[in-house]
Design a protein around this ligand. Structure first.
Ligand SMILES: Cc1cc2nc3c(=O)[nH]c(=O)nc-3n(C[C@H](O)[C@H](O)[C@H](O)COP(=O)(O)OP(=O)(O)OC[C@H]3O[C@@H](n4cnc5c(N)ncnc54)[C@H](O)[C@@H]3O)c2cc1C
Length: 90
């Protein structure tokens, strides 16, 4: 019994609570520095209501730093020259 439990125990350097953008990016950054980590997410399913309508320059730099920006840009998003949010031009 103890052996069976021991075989299920996973060792890690960092436990990240929450698999939102902050937790998943932190996990990727730690992984890129060879720091073992595990993300614990309480929800079983991915949220389907859109929460990534726009990505600013800091967001782009973070995605570039973990090497996934090109895929995000080509497979998910497109570049817009301007957008209107709450009546303001950005
Ligand atoms: C409708 C909507 C539209 C948005 N649109 C944009 C947008 O266009 N551009 C933009 O940049 N931002 C947008 N945002 C904001 C963006 O979603 C948040 O800034 C971002 O999700 C914050 O990320 P986070 O990882 O810090 O927190 P969260 O996304 O809240 O992630 C936290 C995670 O931790 C999990 N969790 C919590 N407690 C526990 C626990 N005890 N154990 C395990 N897991 C736990 C939660 O289930 C969740 O998955 C939008 C938000 C909303 C609601």
């Amino acid at each position: 019994m103890a052996k069976a439990i021991a075989e299920q125990v996973e060792e890690t350097g960092v436990i990240i609570c929450g698999g939102g953008p902050t937790g998943t990016v932190l996990s990727a950054l730690l992984g890129s520095m060879n720091v073992p980590n595990v993300v614990l997410e309480k929800e079983k399913d991915i949220t389907t209501d859109p929460r990534g309508i726009a990505l600013d320059e800091d967001g782009i730099r973070i995605l570039q730093s973990i090497g996934i920006y090109d895929r995000i840009y080509t497979e998910i998003g497109t570049c817009t020259l301007s957008m209107i949010i709450t009546g303001e031009m950005y």
